[in-house]
Ligand binder design. Structure first.
Ligand SMILES: Nc1nc2c(c(=O)[nH]1)N[C@H]1C(S)=C(S)[C@@H](COP(=O)(O)O)O[C@H]1N2
Ligand SMILES: [Mo]
Length: 299
């Protein structure tokens, strides 16, 4: 790996780590997790992470319903053990990778990321996970591969929302290969040092912090390397409103609302409205991926 990403979203510079953890009452959650990145921080605090309750009770996971509280209510029905991820297409070692075997090979770190939904709300989430690049390298990406396609688990008996044609199930997403290989792109397996809850995409989900939240596909069962831009669920549902790239961009509005600002979840009625940043504040890291591209055309 050419460089490891440095966290700019932590308050551990100013707050003793144990105090920070206790405050959120998560000490019980650390057993068995290799939290390589839990210590050490690079920069001063800029954002405060959202609470466990906010992160796990205000969700989008349409397979369980379109209400923000539906996933927390209904995702429990999803079977996540055993779990495997089929990695296929243009790879040297295609196959079904058992979740436990993947975890045995990956280095889990903490990544505190801003998370910006296309609906103009946002949170700050302390994920635990590993770099997507490490998983792709496990399977061996063949030369000629240009894109990565992802697919969510689908079980109509367990996922009550899939009885309705809100989206064309299963939920699918995609990235360009260089986006997928970027060290900011992770597969999250935890939050606040605990296993990731089902409503947040257990047992592993993609997190691409510089793109709108819908790119961060949950409960991934299949990853396919391909040389063609893969179809994506929201683009299939409404191509005029949701492009393949969907990079956070305050200058390109959604056809039905402005993307210039966002409502930071928390504080109830006092939720703050804050300006949205180019690439969700990760421009220094990722703008180079889009050099020379017309970001209005490729939205
Ligand atoms: N399979 C699947 N993945 C999904 C979604 C979904 O409905 N189904 N919703 C997306 C959207 S719109 C957002 S904003 C985020 C929400 O993630 P969170 O609930 O963990 O905050 O998940 C994304 N991933
Ligand atoms: Mo979203």
């Amino acid at each position: 790996m050419a460089f490891r990403w440095k966290n700019d979203l932590t308050d551990r510079d100013v707050t003793d780590e144990a105090v920070w953890l206790n405050r959120r009452q998560i000490m019980g959650g650390f057993a068995g997790l290799g939290l390589a990145g839990i210590a050490g921080s690079a920069h001063a605090a800029t954002d405060e992470p959202n609470s466990w309750e906010e992160i796990t009770r205000y969700n989008n996971f349409y397979e369980f319903g379109t209400g923000k509280d539906d996933p927390a209510k209904y995702a429990d029905a999803m079977t996540i053990d055993p779990w495997s991820v089929r990695i296929d297409g243009m790879v040297d070692r295609p196959g079904d990778y058992a979740f436990d075997d993947i975890m045995a090979k990956m280095t889990v770190e903490e990544r505190i990321y801003r998370f910006r939904c296309v609906e103009a709300w946002s949170m700050v989430i302390p994920w635990n996970g590993f770099e997507l690049a490490d998983l792709l390298n496990l399977a061996g990406v063949k030369s000629g591969a240009k894109y990565v396609a992802f697919e969510t688990y689908l079980n109509k008996d367990e996922m009550r929302g899939t009885r309705f044609p809100v989206l064309d199930w299963p939920y699918v997403e995609g990235l360009r290969l260089d986006e997928a290989m970027h060290p900011l792109a992770i597969m999250a397996t935890g939050i606040y040092g605990r296993d990731i809850p089902k409503q947040n995409g257990a047992p592993l989900r993609l997190v691409v912090p510089w793109k709108y939240g819908f790119k961060s596909i949950k409960s991934v069962v299949r990853i396919t390397l391909t040389d063609r831009e893969p179809p994506t669920s929201w683009n299939k549902a409404n191509a005029r409103e949701y492009g393949f790239y969907s990079n956070v961009n305050p200058e390109v509005d959604h056809p039905r609302w402005s993307q210039a600002s966002e409502r930071r979840i928390g504080g109830g009625l006092f939720a703050k409205n804050i300006p949205t940043r180019m690439f969700n504040g990760y421009a220094d890291d990722v703008a180079g991926l889009y050099d020379g591209m017309d970001l209005r055309k490729f939205f």
